[in-house]
Every structure is written in C-alpha cells, then in structure tokens.
Design a protein around this ligand. Sequence first.
Ligand code: KG4
Ligand code: ZN
Length: 338
Amino acid sequence: MRVLGIETSCDETGIAVYDSEAGIIADVLHSQIKLHAQYGGVVPELASRDHVRKIIPLINKALEQAQLSKQDIDGVAYTRGPGLLGALLVGSSVGRSLAYAWDVPAIGVHHMEGHLLAPMLENEPPAFPFVALLVSGGHTQLISVKGIGQYALLGESIDDAAGEAFDKTAKMMGLPYPGGPELANLATKGKPGQFKLPRPMTDRPGLDFSFSGLKTAALTAWQQSEQTPQTQANLAYAFEEAVVETIAIKCRRALEQTQMKTLVIAGGVSANTRLRARLTELVKKYEAEVYYPRPEFCTDNGAMIAYAGTQRLLAGQQQDLDFSATARWPIESLDSTV
Ligand code: KG4
Ligand code: ZN
C-alpha cells in the first residue's frame, strides 16, 4: 500500500509517500522559518496562507520523487490535529479532497502519534511495549505505549512544553527564531557551572513536568548577568543542562515505574544532542535501550504522518467523506489498531 502523507499543523509543509513494502519513497519539506523570523515566532494566519501556496507544488514534487502518478496512490493521510487550526485545515481539506478525487481512503492522523511512531521509520525500529517521551514545541509527555493507539499518559507538562521553554528562553536572550536549535548550538560554547538553575518538580514524586519557572529563573539570571557573548553561552549551557537533567530524571522514574526496557524519544526536542546522549547513558544502567528518529524526522515532517496513516488504513480505519481538523485532541482518546 502506498500512502501520501500531508503535514501542515504548524510552520512546516511536509509531504511524503510511504510504501508498506519499500518504506519512505518520497519526502519533501518546506520550512516557513524565513517567513516568521521577522516576527520572532509563528504567525498563524501567515502559516495557513503559506501552506496554501506550497501544498500542491510539494505534492507534485513528492510524486515525482517517488516516480509515481496519482493512480499509484492507495490512500491519503493528513494531520488532523493538534496544532494551529487554520494550518491544519489546509492539509485536511486538500488531503480529504484528493482522496475523494482519486477514489482512495483518507485518514486524519494525530500529529503526536506521528511523532511517536517516527522511530519506526529507522532500520532498527523499537518493539512494543515502550515508554515514549514526546518533546516538541507544544507537548512534553511521557506515555506508556503497548501498541498503536494503546497509549496511557504517565505524565505531562503542566505549563510550557520543553520546546516552548527553549524557544522563549532563547528569545529573551536575544537569539533568533526558532530559538531551540539556536540555544542548543550556543550551549556548546558555554562553560559549565556558571549559573545555577532549578530542576523543576524533581523533588517530589510523579511524572509531570513544569518548565515555566525554569524559564523565569533563566530570565532573572540573564537580567542580572553582564550579558556578554560568553555569559550568554554559559546561560544557554546551564538552561539546556537543567532541561536535559529534569527530563532524564522523569524518564528514569518512568522506566522504574513501568518496568519497561525500551525508551523512545520523539518530537522536535529529541533532535537535541545533549538530551540524546544523556538518555543513552541513562538506559545503560537499566539494561534498557533508547530509540529516536533521524534528526529530520524529529521535527515536523510528512513521513511520520504517512507512516502512522498507513498503519491505520491497513487496520481498516478511515475517515468519512466529511473532514474536520481539531486544535486540541488528547492522544489517549485514539482507537487501537487491533
Ligand atoms: O516537533 P516540532 O518540529 O513541532 C511541534 O510539533 O511542536 O518541534 C519544534 C520544537 C521547537 O520548540 C524547537 O525549538 C525544538 O523543537 N527544537 C529543539 C531542537 N531542535 C528543535 N530544541 C532543543 N534542541 C534542539 N536541537
Ligand atoms: Zn511536531
């Protein structure tokens, strides 16, 4: 089965074709970074309009890359939520309409399920069950995963998501949008031990996160510092270290609590080198294994949507002729594929 995947939940138009025999056979992406950079963050209306401009040319490009024509596509998967409603509506309406025109089934995919299953696209995919750490711009969640659609939430952020905290901290330190990767890059030049920042909610039991206080502590530290390039790098280091350590503590607890031996990390922040290294170190102590997607499949992409959609279409699930998009959509409410 060959499925066209469409991702338009935020500031990336991602299109891919997944072949259930051959794997990903096309993957194209247009990032809106330049469009939003001058505003210091994503402007939802501009995002929607840009998806409208790019979606059809990118679908044509993906079909060309896969050396397929529209008759070769057996299903269409599009991100139905969560995300920016206007942006989601672009991919959902185009995806649903194309499936109708091509007379193939369509499926609305949960964006975070796409992230969660992205490691399945690698040569050595993880096996169920596993603990998933989803860390993106909008979500920070620990989930017990027993199969596709069998998700139990173990803990989540009660305020800012990890990526959001990276982005906001970067912005207040004067770094350009999107701040997360910029801050991570700057942190490599930082000296350890120059700033002391909290590890929020690690002093009490539980698997929830809170990053808003950490962001404020970083702001205060920045305001009270000399604000030289070196202090900026030192603070970036301390901030990244605080986020990474906090996440690692919660992942350790999740592995202990569930007794699972596999940890999967996904979502934009899983591209963070220090986080990957720390979690790789952590799992060794538990004789467990950690899996993550290749960097380009950590951040938003069409491939993860094509993959997740294919699994659901193969299980016989599909979307009615109507379509809808939803800004909020709890991942635990998804149906299982078995
Ligand atoms: O998954 P994603 O592309 O979009 C959402 O679904 O939100 O995640 C984007 C988030 C942004 O907050 C971005 O700053 C963060 O992931 N991010 C990073 C890194 N790369 C992307 N944060 C820290 N270190 C990175 N290397
Ligand atoms: Zn995402």
